[in-house]
Design a protein around this ligand. Structure first.
Ligand SMILES: Cc1cc2nc3c(=O)[nH]c(=O)nc-3n(C[C@H](O)[C@H](O)[C@H](O)COP(=O)(O)OP(=O)(O)OC[C@H]3O[C@@H](n4cnc5c(N)ncnc54)[C@H](O)[C@@H]3O)c2cc1C
Length: 321
């Protein structure tokens, strides 16, 4: 087998050397990586992982970059971007088999149109199915992990295996994948029969609510909620939302360089054109310190850091933090 990165082109992968990650994250921030390899299909992902493992090259998989803050200096590794603008979905009664590259909202829309119930609350969440599984994305007290039957992964030794739902370690905005670094290739969801008209109506209402409360990320760069809720339950009370604590410390008035807190939501950071990733890092520090000083509570980040930032605590060795 040919093992050069360039050889992946013949499988349909696109390769960009020294790609700037600002073009591949919803914050629109981040410096270069060694190579960015774009894979849209499962076999392209598998070949790419095999080549990189064969060459012992360190890599990191991203989806739409909707939950990432990449450092201005970039990162010294290969990035695999696993994303497809075409929905890759096969249905078998209530089961849907979906590639991890599929955009989550394409899947949610497909399920609603088919009258399948279980994913509708996730309407409008940016990112891919793979990214959503890693962070157990959710809204309105529902999470993607609630309706997963199994996931096909490639582990760090290049072995492909099927992992069933009970082994996936889903918790609030968490899963085993944050620890294992396994790559999500595809997934089977088990949904329930519902009424497609009702589902589509509800979906439109959710999209309208999100439009009202969240910045439109293609125009106002952001990664959504920056911190996790403090004591999450499926029916999170206002006092438990990180945004509530941030409101109390007047975070909506905070800014740092080109980064500022969204006027409608104290837990969302948005960027002006001049923004650097370091500005977002510094603003997030300012927000969490204010909550710590006032309430003695340590906020936990939802957004993942990639690369090095000035002011990072001593002893951080991983590029993912
Ligand atoms: C405007 C806005 C609103 C948002 N609202 C919500 C919300 O309501 N609820 C919510 O939960 N989140 C929300 N988010 C955050 C974001 O949409 C989710 O975290 C999303 O699931 C990230 O998917 P992604 O493909 O962009 O992942 P990325 O940001 O690219 O990656 C996130 C993590 O997943 C890993 N990853 C990605 N793909 C794979 C794969 N195939 N295999 C293994 N690892 C992988 C990455 O390594 C990284 O650790 C919002 C973001 C924005 C911008």
């Amino acid at each position: 087998m040919e093992t050069t990165i360039e050889s992946l082109v013949k499988f349909g992968c696109e390769i960009e050397k020294q790609a700037k990650l600002s073009s591949y994250t919803t914050f629109r921030l981040g410096g270069p990586c060694q190579y960015l390899i774009k894979c849209a299909l499962p076999h392209q992902l598998e070949k790419t992982v095999a080549v990189l493992q064969n060459r012992k090259l360190n890599f990191y998989v991203i989806g739409e970059g909707a939950n990432l803050l990449v450092s201005d200096d970039g990162i010294d590794c290969v990035i695999i971007r696993y994303l497809s603008t075409e929905a890759l979905i096969q249905s078998d009664e209530n089961d849907l088999t979906v590639s991890g590259a599929t955009l989550l909202d394409h899947l949610v829309s497909y399920a609603a149109e088919q009258g399948l119930f279980g994913l509708n609350d996730l309407s409008g969440i940016p990112g891919t199915v793979g990214g959503a599984i890693v962070g157990n994305a959710g809204a309105f007290g529902k999470q993607i992990g609630d309706v997963i039957k199994s996931v096909v992964v490639i582990n760090r030794h290049g072995e492909k295996r099927i992992i069933s739902a009970d082994e996936l370690g889903f918790k609030y905005r968490n899963s085993r994948f944050k620890e294992t670094g396994e790559v999500v290739v595809s997934v089977i969801f088990t949904l329930h029969q519902g009424n497609h008209k009702e589902l589509l109506l509800e979906r439109n209402q959710i999209l309208a609510t999100r439009k009202d409360k969240h910045p439109y990320y293609l125009a106002q760069p952001t990664a959504g909620s920056f911190f996790r809720n403090v004591s999450p339950t499926s029916s999170a009370q206002k006092q438990q939302a990180a945004g509530w604590y941030l409101e109390q410390v007047n975070a909506k008035d905070f800014s740092c360089g080109g980064a500022y807190v969204y006027e409608k939501h104290a837990n969302i950071i948005v960027c002006r054109e001049t923004c650097r990733a370091q500005d977002v890092y510094d603003l997030a520090q300012m927000m969490s310190e204010a909550v710590k000083t006032r309430f003695g509570i340590e906020l936990t980040r939802e957004v993942r850091y990639l690369g090095r930032f000035k002011g990072m605590p001593e002893g951080i060795t991983s590029i993912i933090w």
